[in-house]
Design a binder for this molecule. Structure first.
Ligand SMILES: NC(=O)c1ccc[n+]([C@@H]2O[C@H](COP(=O)([O-])OP(=O)(O)OC[C@H]3O[C@@H](n4cnc5c(N)ncnc54)[C@H](OP(=O)(O)O)[C@@H]3O)[C@@H](O)[C@H]2O)c1
Length: 242
């Protein structure tokens, strides 16, 4: 049952980082189907532009913009472009993320540590820096950070896990900072999702894993709440353990 799609997001501008594949692409597809104008970003500019063209060919409004969330200049350029082209951002989904190499923390190269934290945590801060002023100017907004159950439970892959624990902490704090401005900051913590991301995918029954669209469904649920309601966190598990 997908009754949320009866609600139109027409007129709303949604930005999804890492929107060219995996969970991000599923979120983009759902929001576009609900008539939002969707801006999808990623390092692979050709890929996000192709996904946007495919959506436009199906009658949706979409634009793909190359942007590396670890690069401050790249994120600031995105913010300028959003302000000039659209003048507003109603929904920001911070989805871009990396897992880093598998292995034990004491064997992790410092450059991999940096890449994980720069993408999963600092990248979100950069995006908030660029987009929150636009939301404050329009007096409302939804910010949805895609975290992980690895940010709620003790799990190996300590650096990735720590980056998501930190992302949860950042999300709770920013939510308190922005509540008074009618900006709702939520976090979605999925378990294993059947994308190219999951390192343990080969050990799991992919039929039982969450699908990217399950995360998109949770995003739709958050952005279709009544104005007085604020679901701050969603823990998303597969019905049966994969
Ligand atoms: N799959 C799972 O089991 C699972 C479970 C829980 C949470 N998550 C979280 O869900 C999010 C999406 O994961 P996924 O499964 O869809 O992974 P994915 O298929 O590997 O996609 C990752 C996305 O992030 C983008 N990205 C990575 N680094 C980036 C950067 N520096 N700048 C901009 N974009 C960047 C990628 O685009 P480009 O390569 O074009 O930059 C890609 O679109 C991540 O935050 C992940 O931690 C995943």
């Amino acid at each position: 049952m997908q009754t949320h799609e009866l609600v139109s997001l027409s007129g709303a501008v949604a930005v999804v980082t890492g929107g060219g594949r995996g969970i991000g692409q599923a979120i983009v597809t759902r929001l576009a189907a609900m008539e939002a104008t969707v801006i999808l970003t990623g390092r692979d500019e050709a890929r996000v532009q192709q996904v946007a063209r495919d959506l436009e060919a199906r009658g949706h409004r979409a634009e793909g913009i190359g942007c590396d969330v670890t690069n401050l200049a790249s994120v600031e350029a995105l913010g300028d472009r959003l302000r000039k082209s659209y003048g507003r951002v109603d929904i920001l989904v911070n989805n871009a993320g990396i897992g880093g190499p598998s292995g034990l923390l004491h064997e992790l190269a410092p450059a991999d540590w940096d890449a994980i934290f720069h993408t999963n945590l600092r990248g979100v801060y950069y995006m908030l820096r660029s987009v929150v002023p636009l939301m404050i100017a329009t007096g409302a907004g939804h910010i949805i950070n895609i975290s992980s159950l690895a940010g709620k439970n003790p799990l190996p892959r300590a650096a990735y896990s720590a980056s998501k624990w930190a992302l949860n902490g950042l999300s709770y704090g920013v939510a308190e900072e922005l509540r008074a401005q009618n900006i709702r900051v939520s976090v979605i913590c999925p378990g294993s999702v059947d994308t190219g991301f999951s390192p343990r995918r080969g050990d799991k029954d992919t039929q039982k894993m969450l699908k990217p669209d399950d995360v998109a469904h949770a995003v739709v649920m958050l952005v279709t709440q009544e104005p007085q309601s604020f679901i701050s966190e969603v823990l998303l598990r597969p019905t049966q353990k994969p």
